[in-house]
Write a protein that binds this ligand. Structure first.
Ligand code: ARG
Length: 459
């Protein structure tokens, strides 16, 4: 027997392999609630416009709620032969309410239906990811507040560069996540137009009301071009791109946490709740969550590349290739939400080791730039000359195997006579960070201003 949904012109049913490659029910069942919401809005509109009788539409809308509760209750029997969630729901609706079910698909195609479902599903996950980003920002802000004036080494090339504050370092990620959330909000705004009513590709001859369904489903407006409505997946590509960028940020922070929690750094201790042990080495406490976060960008980026590749050669309008969008979107959204939650937990529970941070901050000639800047001011040296004098002092210290403040005043004056006792203050790390008061700089006063601004923005 052929398919009851489209089998009119078929004499044979599909081969088992055809069914296997064709079916999406294995994954698109996740859009059941969205599919039913879309169908209920469509049915209400069909009644309001007089296309379907009020009683048929009421039966359809009621019956769809029954189907939804069966699905939510785990009693629904999904059928691979019925390909996808759309036809599984409609077929069950017919069993539940009988003949009126056949009127639901008036002025509609699975092409506009699936595009609508997917937008609804993704819109929800975008909102959840924006919330997840804000929650992580709050956790970072708590860290920043606790250590607004704790000094640590700032790195370039992972070599000691200049001292910075712990709060400043935490705030750098707060800024990144702020942009990530902005990208997600922008993508959401463009996503929020309704494809329903585009039908297969050309629109419909029935007098539908697309404004009504768009409004019912929380969209800002119906999409203006029916070909575009059924063939566009840029909303999904935009989500994937925004998710990828956010995942890169999470991965960079994860990498820092892996480094920081090592015995060589000891900048942070992870909580037991967010680490694991070794089955052979009793001393081990491993940063597995951070490592997995660092790795999961691979999935998200992979999904992004996969969907770009699916879409790039497709002629308008719908092609079945587009069925391959869902698993990528689902996996990327699941992964992003999980990563945001894991990072939030890890950051919230993490303990920064202030003494280790401060000891490391002073190592590696980290205040050499402060000394050069100071020489510019007290001896009116051109910066290049001050740089040279300071470099010579670093070479001396290195030869002696000591830090800059361990050189005697006489040794320093041998490189430049304008150097006075005040140099030892200049070489202090607290002095160094306190002096970086330029807007956006690492001075605790700046950091506190930025923390307050973010606390206000996040409410
Ligand atoms: N399962 C399909 C998908 O995910 C639904 C749309 C099918 N449309 C069609 N013309 N065969 O894209």
């Amino acid at each position: 027997t052929s398919n009851s949904m489209w089998g009119g012109r078929f004499a044979h049913s599909p081969d088992a392999i055809m069914e296997a490659i064709n079916a999406s029910i294995g994954f698109d069942r996740r859009m059941a609630a969205e599919d039913i919401a879309g169908s209920r809005a469509h049915a209400a509109m069909l009644a309001a416009t007089g296309i379907v009788s009020d009683s048929d539409a009421a039966a359809i809308r009621e019956g769809l709620l029954t189907v939804l509760s069966e699905i939510e209750g785990g009693e629904f029997r999904f059928s691979t032969a019925l390909e996808d969630i759309h036809m599984n729901v409609e077929s069950r609706l017919r069993e539940v309410i009988g003949a009126p079910a056949g009127r639901l698909h008036t002025a509609r195609s699975r092409n506009d239906q699936v595009a609508t479902d997917l937008r609804l599903w993704l819109r929800d996950r975008m909102d959840a990811s924006i919330d997840g980003m804000a929650a992580l920002q709050r956790a970072l802000l708590e860290q920043a507040e606790a250590g607004a004036d704790w000094v640590m080494p700032g790195f370039t090339h992972l070599q000691t560069a200049q001292p910075v504050t712990w709060g400043h370092h935490m705030l750098a990620y707060v800024e990144m996540l702020g942009r990530d959330a902005g990208r997600m909000r922008d993508a959401r705004a463009r996503l929020n137009e309704c494809p329903l009513g585009a039908a297969a590709l050309a629109g419909t001859s029935f007098p539908i009301d697309r404004e009504m369904t768009a409004r019912d489903l929380g969209f800002d407006r119906p999409m203006a071009n029916s070909l575009d409505a059924v063939s566009a997946r840029d909303f999904a590509l935009e989500f994937l791109a925004a998710a990828s960028i956010c995942a890169v940020h999470l991965s960079r922070l994860a990498e820092e946490i892996v480094i920081w929690s090592s015995a060589q750094f000891r900048f942070v201790a992870l909580s037991d709740r967010f680490s694991t042990g070794s089955s052979i080495m009793p001393q081990k406490k491993n940063p597995d969550a951070a490592e997995l976060l660092r790795a999961k960008i691979g999935r998200i980026l992979g999904s992004t590349v996969a969907l770009f590749t699916v879409m790039k050669g497709l002629p308008l309008a719908y092609s079945k290739d587009m069925q391959e969008d869902k698993e990528q979107i689902f996996d990327a959204a699941d992964t992003l939400l999980l990563c945001l939650a894991a990072m939030e937990g890890m950051v919230r529970d993490m303990t920064a080791n202030r003494p280790a941070l401060e000891a490391a901050a002073a190592a590696g000639f980290s205040t050499a730039t402060d000394l050069a800047d100071w020489l510019v001011r007290v001896a009116d040296l051109p910066f290049r000359d001050a740089h040279h004098v300071t470099g010579a002092l670093v070479a001396r210290a290195e030869a002696k195997g000591c830090d800059l403040p361990d050189l005697s005043l006489a040794e320093m004056q041998a490189e430049h006579p304008a150097i006075t006792e005040a140099v030892f203050e200049v070489l202090g790390v607290h002095n160094s960070v306190a002096s970086r008061t330029s807007f956006g700089g690492t001075a605790p006063a700046q950091v506190r201003t930025q923390i307050a601004a973010w606390q206000e923005r996040l409410g």
